[in-house]
Every structure is written in C-alpha cells, then in structure tokens.
Design a protein around this ligand. Structure first.
Ligand SMILES: CC(C)=CCC/C(C)=C/CC/C(C)=C/CC/C(C)=C/COC[C@H](O)COP(=O)(O)O
Ligand SMILES: CC(C)=CCC/C(C)=C/CC/C(C)=C/CC/C(C)=C/COP(=O)(O)OP(=O)(O)O
Ligand SMILES: [Mg+2]
Length: 283
C-alpha cells in the first residue's frame, strides 16, 4: 500500500461530503441565529469542531463496522486494505482530540452539546446501531444537533430548534431506508435494526410517514418569521425530491437514500437562502 493510497483511504474514512455538509449545517445554525458577523471566531471554532467530530465519528464507525462492511461495503478503505483497523482507530482518536480542543473554546451550552455528541459518536456503533430505531434516532439527533451547536456558539438557540426538528426527522427517514438497504449484512452480524425487527415494508412505511410529517412542517420557519419568501421557493422543490425519494424507497432503497440526501442538501440551501433574504430589503 503506497502512502498516497493510505492518505486517500484516511480521507475517505472521514466521508468528506458529510464532513462539509455537517459543517455547513453548523454554520447555518449560527447564521440563522444572526451571530456570524458578531462572533466569527466562535463560529469558526464550532464549524471546525463539527468537521473534526464528523470525520472522527465516520472513521470510528468504519473501524467498528469493519466486519459488516466486508459484506455490505467491501470497497471501503478498511475492508479493501487501504487503511489498517489500528490506523483507522488512531486517526479517529486524533480527530476526536481536535474536536474537543476547539469545542472547549465555546460557550457552556455549545460545550455541553459537543460533549453529548462526541460521546454519542463513540457509543453509536457498539451500543446503539443494533437497537431497532434507536441507532437511527441517535444519528438523526446528531445531524439535527449541528444547527443547535452553531446557534449555541453564538448564544442564540431559538430559531435553530425548528431546523433541528426538520433535519432530525428527515435524517431518521433516510437512516431507516439505509438499514433496509443494508439488511443482509446487518442480519449476518446479528444486528436487530428496525427493518429486521418489524419487516422491511413496515419500516419503509414508518420512514415515509415521518418524511411526510417533516415536509408538512417545512413551512414553519417561514411562518415563524425566521426566513423570507425565497425560502419557500427553494424548500418546495426540496420537499418534492424528498417525497419522491420516500415513494421510490419501496422499489429501490439504494436510489432512494441517495436522492433523499440530495433533497436534504437542497433543503439546507433553502435555509441559507431563506435567512439571507431577510437581509435584503423588500424580499
Ligand atoms: C423537510 C425538511 C425541510 C428537512 C430538512 C432536511 C435537512 C436540512 C437535513 C440535513 C441533512 C444533512 C445535509 C446532513 C449532512 C450529512 C450527514 C452528516 C449525514 C449523516 O451521516 C450519517 C449517514 O448514515 C452516513 O451515511 P452516508 O451519508 O451514506 O455516508
Ligand atoms: C456538532 C458536533 C460536535 C458533532 C456533530 C456530529 C454529527 C453531525 C454527526 C453526523 C452523523 C455521523 C457522522 C454519525 C457517525 C456514525 C455513522 C456514520 C452512522 C451511519 O453509519 P452506519 O449506520 O454504519 O451506516 P453506513 O456506515 O453504511 O453509512
Ligand atoms: Mg457503518
């Protein structure tokens, strides 16, 4: 294995797309709270802590999942031999340490959120992933919490709570669909995920109902005055993509979970556009 292949493997372990996306969510939390210009250093520290924590969480997840991934995802860095399990664990520990250092520079509520999240990231795979729905709910909380974390960094949590709920419910939907996709490997490993516990179709119905609830609630940030009218113009197509993905999940969970992720990214853009529109007179 060359140094370049190992380096690429380590980068891959972090799931850089998720690292960037989660970091953007933390920024949005601070942006919606109106604190980016007043507290740029705190916002940068919160975004950095999120990036390092998500990278660490993904790396330690692949370390703990290395046997499942030999079945479900043999192309991943550890099963294909690009990174050793011990190397992945050491890399994760370094990233976790960096997240702690940055989080400790933040206000008490942000430190509290980071403490819960870092412990949850370490505990997720070993203790929660195999519990029907609980593992999914923990990942959903983690994703939604990024908005709270960014808002807590600038000490104005209010508007982020609605975004927390929307992101958590949409992520819960996607996590359930991902478990349907991974059901064979999870079953081999003795994990009692929701699709294994209640059946694939029932799990997909639960996922679809959750998403419909989130979509119906998606106008709330506009109704509460957190976002301007342009928010509705961007969240509407995002809602349509996510609803189609939920419908698609019954036939093709792989395509569905991927499309759902893009719909959620578009919804995150709607949050940025919606809050930015309030700064533009007349919008
Ligand atoms: C209805 C409505 C308006 C919903 C809002 C949806 C929203 C803004 C969701 C945020 C989701 C998002 C952009 C998450 C960031 C990416 C991330 C950290 C995902 C969580 O990763 C866990 C996942 O299981 C990893 O698997 P994979 O993504 O396949 O690598
Ligand atoms: C704000 C702070 C301090 C932290 C943010 C924490 C966040 C946003 C975490 C995002 C969610 C995350 C990275 C969870 C880690 C565990 C993980 C990758 C769960 C999904 O993995 P599996 O259920 O094993 O499925 P796959 O590995 O096939 O994706
Ligand atoms: Mg995994």
């Amino acid at each position: 294995m060359t140094a370049g292949e190992t380096g690429r493997g380590l980068l891959e372990l972090t799931r850089p797309v998720n690292v960037v996306a989660a970091s953007v969510l933390t920024f949005i939390g601070a942006f919606v709270a109106g604190g980016v210009t007043e507290e740029p250093v705190a916002v940068a520290a919160a975004v950095g802590a999120t990036a390092l924590a998500v990278g660490a969480g993904n790396a330690i997840n692949d370390y703990f999942d290395r046997e499942i991934d030999r079945i479900n995802r043999p192309e991943r860095a550890i099963p294909r031999g690009a990174v050793s399990p011990r190397g992945a664990l050491a890399f994760s520990i370094v990233l976790f340490a960096g997240a702690v250092v940055l989080a400790l520079t933040l206000p008490p509520l942000a430190i509290a959120i980071a403490t819960v999240n870092l412990l949850a990231l370490i505990a997720y795979t070993e203790f929660f992933k195999g519990l029907p729905g609980l593992g999914n709910a923990l990942v959903a909380y983690l994703v939604g919490s990024t908005f709270l974390f960014g808002a807590a960094a600038v000490e104005e949590i209010g508007p982020a709570v609605v975004l927390f709920v929307l992101a958590a419910v949409a992520t819960l939907t996607r996590e359930i669909i991902k478990d349907v996709e991974d059901i064979e490997g999870d079953r081999e490993e003795g994990l009692n995920t929701l699709p294994i516990a209640i059946g694939e179709r029932r799990a997909l119905v639960v996922a679809a109902v959750l998403l419909v609830v989130a979509v119906l609630a998606s106008p709330v940030p506009f109704l509460r005055g957190y976002f301007g009218v342009p928010y509705l113009l961007v969240v509407a197509p995002a809602d349509a993509v996510m609803l189609f993905a939920a419908y698609e999940s019954f036939d093709d969970p792989t395509a569905s979970q991927s499309r759902l992720k893009y719909g959620m990214f578009l919804a995150a853009l709607a949050f940025i556009v919606g809050r930015g529109a309030l700064e533009v007179p007349g919008l």
